[in-house]
Design a protein around this ligand. Structure first.
Ligand SMILES: [Zn+2]
Length: 331
């Protein structure tokens, strides 16, 4: 697709537009809308999109990760959709990307300087931030995908107005982002919230992280397929209930420990299993949250659905830009 594209590449298109506009009036006209280029790196797919400063996704495209490629090859897949979105910003939306925000499967180092997504084996300590800065010529900020989702759901989704909640993804991987007292937790290395590695089955399946019985090893899409021999897109009732119960068990421990009152869950497995999953998760959560403060904690579907990860990535970009403007260390 990239090889036969006749449109100019995004940096070329932006440069051409800048030159033309500069000739007209010496600066950008105000009718160009500032947008964030949002990028989501998952275990099976990557996506890039354009988000307004109000959290509205106005364009996006996705690509299935080709796991037979090497590190540079996977990045070339990402580069193609990034450049396509940058070109569409200028050509179709009268928009000017001013910052790049990334949400990536973990582990990551601060701002996705390097990423090592467990399900992208060829990316280990992959210097994603430098690579993206080089092709976009824009400032790049990044964070874990599930932490990005927590920002999005707290900003324009199911957790608006909530100060103590967790957002999580149950998909190819299982991750989470935790907000306490209105602040998204970073932790010592920026990886706080890895709910996928809470143990739910002592002596359970071996996890990609090396431990046994992690939530991710029992409830992720690949885990479900390995355990049941069925695709998670064709679940039985029992699979949906078991997955819901395990997720409820894991988040109950976190809610009891951290005094959270809401858990927002997205990801293709959870959202695909629907009410059966959420009812089982709520039953399990209620059963295990019996303390006076944790009684009544609720688990609810992510409101932003499949737009959540990109809106979250966009929010990470905006946060980085604001922190930078304030002169804070832009983590
Ligand atoms: Zn694990």
């Amino acid at each position: 697709m990239a090889a036969c594209r006749s449109e100019p590449t995004a940096p070329e298109a932006i440069r051409a537009l800048k030159n033309r506009l500069t000739l007209i009036d010496g600066h950008y006209p105000s009718q160009l809308m500032d947008v964030v280029l949002a990028i989501d790196i998952g275990g099976t797919k990557m996506a890039a999109g354009l988000m307004t400063m109000a959290g509205e996704l106005i364009d996006f495209e996705r690509v299935e990760i080709d796991h037979s490629l090497n590190a540079a090859g996977v990045f070339a897949q990402l580069r193609e959709i990034v450049e396509s979105q940058l070109a569409r910003a200028v050509g179709h939306h009268q928009a000017r990307p001013v910052v790049v925000g990334v949400g990536s499967a973990g582990p990551v180092t601060p701002n996705c300087a390097t990423v090592s997504p467990l399900n992208i084996a060829v990316w280990r300590d992959y210097p994603l931030r430098d690579r993206l800065q080089a092709i976009t010529q824009l400032p790049v900020y990044g964070d874990l995908d599930a932490k990005a989702l927590a920002l999005a759901e707290g900003w324009v989704g199911a957790a608006v107005g909530r100060k103590n909640f967790m957002a999580m993804v149950v998909s190819t991987g299982v991750g989470g982002g935790i907000v306490i007292d209105g602040q998204l937790l970073d932790g010592a290395t920026g990886n706080a919230g890895h709910i996928g590695h809470v143990i739910v089955e002592p002596n359970g399946r071996r996890c990609v992280c090396g431990a046994r019985g992690c939530l991710e090893a029992e409830a992720s899409g690949p885990a479900i397929e390995a355990i049941t021999g069925r695709s998670p897109t064709e679940p039985t009732y029992d699979i949906m209930v078991r997955t819901g119960k395990l997720v409820g068990r894991a988040v109950a421990s976190v809610c009891n420990a951290l005094d959270l009152d809401l858990v927002v869950v997205g990801g293709s497995v959870a959202l695909g299993f629907g009410a059966t999953f959420f009812n089982a998760a709520q039953d399990s959560l209620s059963e295990h949250c019996q303390l006076s403060f944790s009684r009544g904690v609720r688990i609810t579907p992510a409101r932003l659905e499949d737009r959540g990860p990109l809106i979250g990535a966009g929010a990470v970009g905006m946060r980085g830009m604001h922190r930078n403007a304030r002169g804070a260390s832009a983590r």
